[in-house]
Design a protein around this ligand. Structure first.
Ligand code: 8IG
Length: 277
C-alpha cells in the first residue's frame, strides 16, 4: 500500500534496500551512467568541492529520485550529480543530505548511502561541517574522522543484524588522505541529534568520553554504509570551536563563512583524494 505514502520509505512494510535499488535505477536512467565507483556526500561548507573533482556530466534534483526528500537549508544543496574525474572515475555527488533533526526518521537519513551502494559505489566519502574541541584547531580546518560516538540513541539497522563497526572509518583511507595532506589531524566524531548546538556542559561530556568533533550527521550514515559493505572515509570541516571552547556564541552564519573561506583548499583536498582512491 505504498501509494498512501508520499515517500515510499515511510511505509513501515517497505524494504529500504528495495527502495534504494529503485533509486539507483532512477539515477542510472537520469544520469545515463550505469554504475558509479565512488559516492561523496557534501556537508556544510563542502558544497564548492564538487567543481574541482571533475566534469559534471549530469545534475538531477534529488526529488526526482525515489525516496529522496527536499532539504530546505542554506548551505545544503538539493541535487545529485554524476562527475567524471580526469582519471576516468565515476563519482556520485550527494548534495542532498537528509538530517536526523528533520524528524523524518532514520531510514530517510541513510537512504542516500544505501542508494550509493546500489549504484555500485565501493567507497563512501562522508563530509560535514562540525564543531571542534581541540584548541589546536581553527575554523576552516579540515580533519579526518577516526571513529565516532553515536549519541542519537538510534540506529539505521533494522532487525537483529549485529553489524561490526571496528575500523569503521577505514585506516587505509585515512592513511591515503595523509599522503595528500600530511598535516591532516584526526578525531572522534560525536553525533548529536540537534538541531540546537550543545551546551558547554555537553561539550565537556564529549571531551570526557573521548570525542573531539561535535556534529549532527555522519555517524548514522557511516553505520548504514558499513552494513552496505562500503569502505568509508569521513572528513569534518571545523567551522567553529564547540560551545564553551570558543568564547563567542555559535551561529549558522559563521559556519557558512568558514565554509566559504575554506572552499578552495578543501575542494582541492577532496579532488586529489578521490583521484587517489
Ligand atoms: I557546522 O558545534 C556545526 N555543526 N552538534 N555542534 C554540532 N553540530 C555542529 C556544530 C557544533 N557546528
Amino acid at each position: 500500500m505504498s501509494d498512501t505514502y508520499s515517500n515510499p520509505l515511510d511505509d513501515p512494510a517497505a524494504d529500504p534496500f528495495a527502495v534504494a535499488s529503485d533509486a539507483a535505477a532512477d539515477i542510472a536512467r537520469l544520469t545515463g551512467v550505469e554504475s558509479h565507483d565512488i559516492a561523496l556526500t557534501l556537508g556544510s561548507g563542502w558544497g564548492g568541492a564538487a567543481e574541482l573533482i571533475g566534469e559534471t556530466t549530469a545534475t538531477i534534483p534529488a526529488t526526482d529520485v525515489t525516496g529522496f526528500s527536499k532539504p530546505a537549508l542554506e548551505g545544503h544543496v538539493g541535487s545529485l550529480r554524476s562527475i567524471l574525474t580526469p582519471g576516468g572515475k565515476r563519482v556520485l555527488v550527494i548534495g542532498a543530505r537528509t538530517h536526523y533533526y528533520e524528524g523524518h526518521g532514520v531510514r530517510r537519513v541513510v537512504h542516500s548511502v544505501r542508494t550509493a551502494a546500489a549504484t555500485g559505489a565501493k567507497v563512501m566519502v562522508l563530509t560535514n561541517g562540525a564543531g571542534g574541541l581541540k584548541t589546536s584547531w581553527s575554523p576552516g580546518q579540515p580533519v579526518l574522522i577516526s571513529d565516532h560516538i553515536n549519541l542519537t540513541a538510534d540506529s539505521p539497522i533494522e532487525g537483529a543484524n549485529f553489524v561490526d563497526l571496528t575500523d569503521l572509518y577505514s585506516r587505509r583511507l585515512r592513511d591515503l588522505a595523509r599522503t595528500i595532506d600530511p598535516t591532516l589531524d584526526e578525531g572522534v566524531y560525536c553525533q548529536f541529534r540537534g538541531p540546537h548546538y550543545e551546551t558547554p556542559a555537553e561539550i565537556q561530556m564529549v571531551k570526557a568520553i573521548g570525542g573531539h568533533i561535535a556534529g549532527m550527521s555522519t555517524a548514522l550514515e557511516a553505520i548504514a554504509a558499513r552494513q552496505a559493505g562500503l569502505e568509508i572515509a569521513g572528513f569534518s570541516l571545523i567551522t567553529n570551536l564547540a560551545a564553551g571552547i570558543q568564547t563567542t556564541p555559535l551561529s549558522h552564519e559563521e559556519v557558512i563563512e568558514a565554509g566559504q573561506q575554506a572552499g578552495p583548499v578543501i575542494g582541492a583536498l577532496l579532488a586529489r583524494f578521490v583521484e587517489a582512491l
